[in-house]
Design a protein around this ligand. Structure first.
Ligand code: HEC
Ligand code: HEC
Ligand code: HEC
Ligand code: HEC
Ligand code: HEC
Ligand code: HEC
Ligand code: HEC
Ligand code: HEC
Ligand code: HEC
Ligand code: HEC
Length: 367
């Protein structure tokens, strides 16, 4: 079964490979990157060959694998048989099964611009197959290695990545430097040295981070405190995937604080809670300023995601001068008549419209 599907794929792949590394096409591709492939080999200086990739790289002895990979990318020594070459060694019996890439858009020959694109006139790296992402094979595919000689590395990604994140990401961004990623550079995730592959699964039928059911788990694999908040008694419905991080954050970067999807925190909330947008005849200043003065965005142990519960919440700003707006002393605790300042919704028993009021006499948010 495994063998059969391998053969099918190999057949389908073989048709396109003939033209894959056609020299003129390859030269155009390398040319776009700054250097003609022939000149590049002679120079051997990767830093000149791939200016986009290597500008900020300082070579060091410890970085030998990285250097090899950079040199390989510059040299552009692609295989002649594309995926067929790789699949001879990397099949489903390997510890890392690779074939599922063929059930994704990346492995689909009919998807314009994909690594497995069949059209021989398409601009590379489309059509370079596995090497569109992993870079040129060079000597990695050597059948026989002399004793004690290690296999030449080839670019790997994510958890077991063997190059710095910016180098990995550049391979992806060759094809994905589109509108959605214009703010990737300088985003919190880019600055933290994250790779695209830290979130995205490429050799998998489903890429969990892009699904409603798998996204939150992927994100809070790192953001543990958000996971903890989501489990609290009052929380946005993140736990069951009814709401996902992407509703409020763009992980690829935004112009806004905290990767929020809208310009301010409040605008982000109004995406869904539009009824609280105002303007109100009687505004409550903290509400206009920032919802997170009173609410924790992910979840809290107070009702309605509050940072504290009334009356303490309100008393953080409002003194009791001129109004008995303080929690009462022990003489009003049960069995004595309990204070309306403590009971149930406390201050909200009377000041119910705490988000602002449009009633002509709503100045105290009581209606
Ligand atoms: C769209 C980019 C892309 C394409 C095309 C692609 N890969 Fe990968 N490959 C990755 C990423 C990213 C990883 C890291 C693991 C992951 O995220 O799934 C990876 C991991 C691997 C690994 C695992 C190495 C290890 O043990 O850690 C192998 C082997 C591999 N790919 C081989 C292939 C082969 C063979 C092909 C062609 C049939 C191919 N890849 C096509 C992106 C790609
Ligand atoms: C002759 C067999 C062979 C061929 C052909 C081959 N590989 Fe590998 N590959 C290996 C072996 C063995 C390893 C494990 C490396 C090690 O243990 O040193 C490996 C490791 C990898 C890794 C992990 C990173 C690394 O360098 O260790 C990736 C990714 C990978 N191969 C992708 C590919 C791709 C893509 C192709 C085709 C362009 C390919 N391989 C062709 C045998 C092969
Ligand atoms: C040769 C070009 C090429 C390379 C290299 C490439 N991709 Fe893609 N990718 C595409 C195309 C084409 C699509 C389908 C259209 C689209 O969504 O833009 C796609 C789609 C995707 C999608 C959405 C998948 C879907 O089902 O809609 C993700 C996520 C993605 N790529 C991530 C990556 C990552 C991560 C890398 C690097 C490891 C990478 N890509 C490398 C061309 C490429
Ligand atoms: C922090 C996690 C994370 C990182 C890192 C990340 N992505 Fe994504 N990516 C996502 C999520 C979540 C979605 C789903 C977005 C949506 O639903 O609109 C997505 C969607 C995509 C898509 C498909 C839809 C689109 O926006 O075009 C592509 C392509 C893609 N990512 C490419 C990349 C590339 C390339 C990188 C690296 C430069 C990258 N991603 C880094 C989380 C991430
Ligand atoms: C309902 C909207 C919303 C959803 C859904 C949401 N967030 Fe947030 N998140 C926010 C807002 C608003 C802030 C800014 C809080 C501030 O400014 O103090 C924030 C802040 C953050 C921060 C930075 C501050 C901190 O708390 O550490 C991280 C990290 C974060 N969110 C991750 C996530 C993750 C991961 C998910 C998905 C599991 C998620 N968020 C879902 C609205 C949301
Ligand atoms: C591999 C770990 C990792 C994963 C997975 C991850 N993040 Fe992050 N995230 C980070 C790091 C590191 C930072 C930067 C340091 C910090 O602010 O905590 C960060 C920062 C953030 C911030 C705060 C930005 C700021 O300005 O403070 C938000 C929001 C965020 N991530 C959301 C997400 C979302 C949404 C996802 C899933 C789509 C996600 N993260 C997946 C590691 C990760
Ligand atoms: C993507 C849509 C969406 C966004 C954006 C959003 N919320 Fe929500 N919010 C919800 C949903 C869904 C519920 C749950 C409603 C329910 O359980 O009936 C909810 C419930 C709430 C609740 C009430 C919980 C309760 O126990 O009654 C509060 C408070 C709240 N959100 C505040 C905020 C704040 C503050 C922001 C901005 C940081 C925000 N929301 C952004 C969708 C959203
Ligand atoms: C001064 C503190 C404060 C600020 C600021 C604030 N809220 Fe609230 N919010 C509350 C209190 C208190 C409740 C509980 C109301 C109740 O129990 O009836 C609440 C309840 C909610 C609810 C639950 C349903 C409802 O309408 O009663 C939502 C949704 C909500 N707030 C959204 C927001 C949004 C969005 C913002 C920012 C525009 C915001 N809040 C700013 C104090 C505040
Ligand atoms: C972050 C500080 C802050 C918090 C918390 C806060 N308020 Fe206010 N509140 C204000 C400010 C500032 C004003 C405007 C005062 C003014 O105009 O003189 C105001 C005005 C009011 C007014 C109208 C008073 C007047 O003189 O017009 C009432 C009533 C009120 N708040 C009730 C509450 C209640 C009830 C809560 C708790 C749910 C609360 N506030 C939480 C800052 C806060
Ligand atoms: C039993 C109803 C009731 C409760 C409970 C209540 N208030 Fe009031 N509040 C009023 C009335 C009536 C006024 C206007 C008359 C007045 O000035 O005494 C008022 C006025 C105010 C004002 C306007 C300025 C001032 O001091 O006159 C603020 C601020 C205020 N309340 C805050 C609070 C806070 C904070 C709480 C909770 C600790 C609270 N209130 C609980 C009924 C209530």
């Amino acid at each position: 079964m495994v063998r059969a599907s391998l053969a099918t794929i190999a057949m389908c792949v073989a048709a396109s490979v003939a033209s894959m590394a056609e020299p003129a096409r390859l030269a155009r591709y390398q040319g776009r990157r700054g250097v003609a492939p022939d000149a590049q080999r002679a120079r051997g200086a990767a830093a000149l060959g791939w200016p986009f990739l290597f500008v900020s790289v300082i070579a060091g002895a410890a970085d030998q694998a990285h250097d090899t990979l950079r040199d390989k990318l510059a040299a552009g020594d692609y295989s002649r048989r594309g995926a067929d070459t790789c699949l001879g060694c990397h099949d489903e019996e390997e510890p890392f099964p690779t074939l599922d890439v063929f059930v994704t858009v990346h492995g689909h020959p009919q998807v314009d611009g994909s690594p497995f694109e069949m059209d021989p006139t398409a601009e590379l790296p489309a059509g370079l197959q596995c090497e569109a992402c992993h870079g040129p094979i060079g000597d990695h595919g050597r059948q026989i290695l002399a004793d004690g000689v290690a296999r030449e590395p080839i670019l790997n990604f994510g958890e077991r990545g063997n190059a710095e994140a910016s180098l990995q990401n550049d391979l992806c961004l060759q094809c994905h430097r589109t509108y959605e990623r214009t703010r990737w550079e300088g985003s919190a995730h880019e600055l933290a040295g994250m790779a695209c592959a830290d979130c995205h699964r490429i050799h998998a039928e489903t890429d969990a981070v892009r699904s409603m059911s798998g996204q939150n788990e992927t994100c809070w694999g790192c953001h543990r405190s958000v996971a903890a908040d989501a489990l609290k008694r009052s929380a946005h419905p993140l736990r069951d995937g009814q709401l996902v991080c992407r509703d409020c954050h763009d992980p690829h970067g935004t112009d806004n604080d905290k990767l929020n999807v809208r310009a301010t925190g409040n605008e982000t909330c109004f995406k869904c809670h539009a009824e609280l947008r105002g303007p109100h005849l009687w505004e409550h200043p903290p509400v206009v300023e920032d919802c997170t003065i009173c609410h924790v965005p992910h979840g809290s142990n107070q009702p309605a995601l509050l940072v504290r519960r009334p009356p303490q919440l309100c008393q953080a700003c409002h003194s009791s001068v001129g109004h008995r707006s303080f929690a009462q002393g022990p003489d009003q605790l049960p069995p004595r008549p309990t204070s309306e300042f403590l009971l149930a919704k406390a201050c909200l028993n009377c000041h119910a419209e705490v988000h602002g009021s449009n009633h002509p006499s709503g100045n105290l948010f009581r209606r």
